[in-house]
Design a protein around this ligand. Sequence first.
Ligand code: GDP
Ligand code: GDP
Length: 446
Amino acid sequence: MSTPPAETGALPVVALIGRPNVGKSTLFNQLTGTRDALVADFPGLTRDRQYGIGRLEEQRFIVVDTGGIGPDQDPDFREMTEAQATAALEEADVVVFLVDARAGLDPADQEIARRLRRQDTPVVLVVNKSEGLTSIEANADFYALGMGEPLPIAAAHNRGMASLGERLAAHVPAMEAFEAPPRDPGIPRICVIGRPNVGKSTLVNRLIGEDRVVAADAPGATRDSVEVAFEWQGRSFRLIDTAGLRRRSKRDGIAEKFSGVKTLQAIEQSDVAIVVVDARSDIGAQDARVLGLAAAEGRSIIVAVNKWDKLEEDVRKQIREDLDYKLPYLEFAPVHTISALRGSGLGEMMRSVIRASDAANADLSTSRLTQVLEDAVRAHAPPAVHGRRIKLRYAHQGGRRPPKIVIHGNQTARVSTDYKRYLSNRFREAFDLFATPVEILFKSSD
Ligand code: GDP
Ligand code: GDP
C-alpha cells in the first residue's frame, strides 16, 4: 500500500572546476572533511574523491570535484575527465571556478571560462592560494576572465570559507533555507541504492507493491527527490526515491548511468541505506563506491545480495566468502540474501531495516554512556603512553544518524585506533547500535 509521492527538498549541487593544481582537491577536502574521523575508523574504506556532502556553517550541499581539465593532461585521460566535467556541470546549481593566485592567469583558465560562458549555471570565480596577498593583488589578473568579482581564498589554510558560503548562498537561496524535512519518529526512511542493473527497481516495486513510475520524468525535475509512504507487514516506511536513480531510459531500455549526485541525495535524506549488489556478478569497484558513499555519510547500511534465486548451494557459499573478503570494513552492516524477483528474504531484511533505523536515531543517556565507558575502562584500561596515563572520565551523546559519542578525559589524543575500536564495540553492544557506524570523538582537558 502506498500514498502519492511527496516532493522533498534535495540538497543543492556545487561543482568545482579548474585546471589541474589550482587546489580543487584541497577545497573539496576542506568542504567535505567533517566526517574524516569516521572514515578513518573503517580500514580499507576510501572516501569518494569526487562526490561528498559539503558543509559551510549551517549550509549543506553536494560537492562534485570535476577533476582537472586543461591542456596539460594526456589526451585519453583528458577525454574521460572532460566527459565527467560536462556531466557534473549539467547536474550543478552553482559552479565554483578555481584559479591560482600564485600562478596568475593561465591560458587554460581562459579556455574554461569560455566553456562556462556557454552554459547558464551561475559561476563563482574563486582565487585560491591568496594567503599573504591583498585581495587587490590576488584578484588583479582575473577580472580579464569576465566572470565578475573574484573571491580570494586559501583552501589549504581554511581562509575565506565564510565568504565563499555567502557567495554560494547568493546564487542558491535554497542552500540557506535548506533544512532537513521534519521527521516522524519511528517511521524508517529508506533508500535503495546500488549500481545499475542490480535489481533496485524490482526491489522497490516489490516493497511498495505496485509497478509504477515513482518519479516524474520531466526535464528539470531530474534531481528532485520524492518520498513515498508505504506499509510492509503492518509497519509504516518512507522510501526516498530520487528521479533517475533507478529509472530506465524509455527509448532503449538501458539502465541509467550511475550518478553519484543522485545516490548522495537519497543517502542524505534517509535513515537506512539498502545497498543492493548482484549475486550473479563480482562485487566490483562501483559496488564498493556506493557502499563507501553511504558509510562516509555515517548512514546505517543493510547489504542486500539480490538475485539469490536459482543459485546452486556451492555458489552461494562462495559469494558469502567473497563478500566477507572484499568488504571487511563493513563488518557492522548485516548482509541479507534476497530475491527481489520472487520476493524472498524481504521480511527478514525489513526487520533489520527497522532495527537499523532505531539504532541510527537512538537516544543515549549520559549516565548510561558514562557507565558503559567506566565498565569498559575497568575491564581493559587504555595503555599508558610515555608513562602518562590516559584518563577517560565521562561520555555524552553528540548527535544522531550516526550515533555520535563524545568522550571527555585527559591525553585523549593518544588513544590508539585499536582502543577506540574497542570502545565503539562496547557501546555498540550495550545500546544495540545495529547496522550503523558509531562515531567517537574525544575532548581533552589537557
Ligand atoms: P587540484 O589538482 O586542483 O585538485 O589541486 P590540489 O588540491 O591537489 O592542490 C595542488 C597544490 O596546491 C597542492 O600542493 C596544495 O597543497 C596546494 N594548495 C592548495 N590550496 C592552497 C592554498 O590555499 N595555498 C597554497 N599556498 N597552496 C595551496
Ligand atoms: P536496477 O537497474 O538496479 O533498477 O535493476 P532492475 O530492477 O531493473 O533489474 C535488472 C534486471 O535484473 C532485470 O532484468 C530484472 O528482472 C532482474 N532481476 C531483478 N531482481 C532479480 C532477482 O531477484 N532474481 C533474478 N533472477 N533477476 C532479477
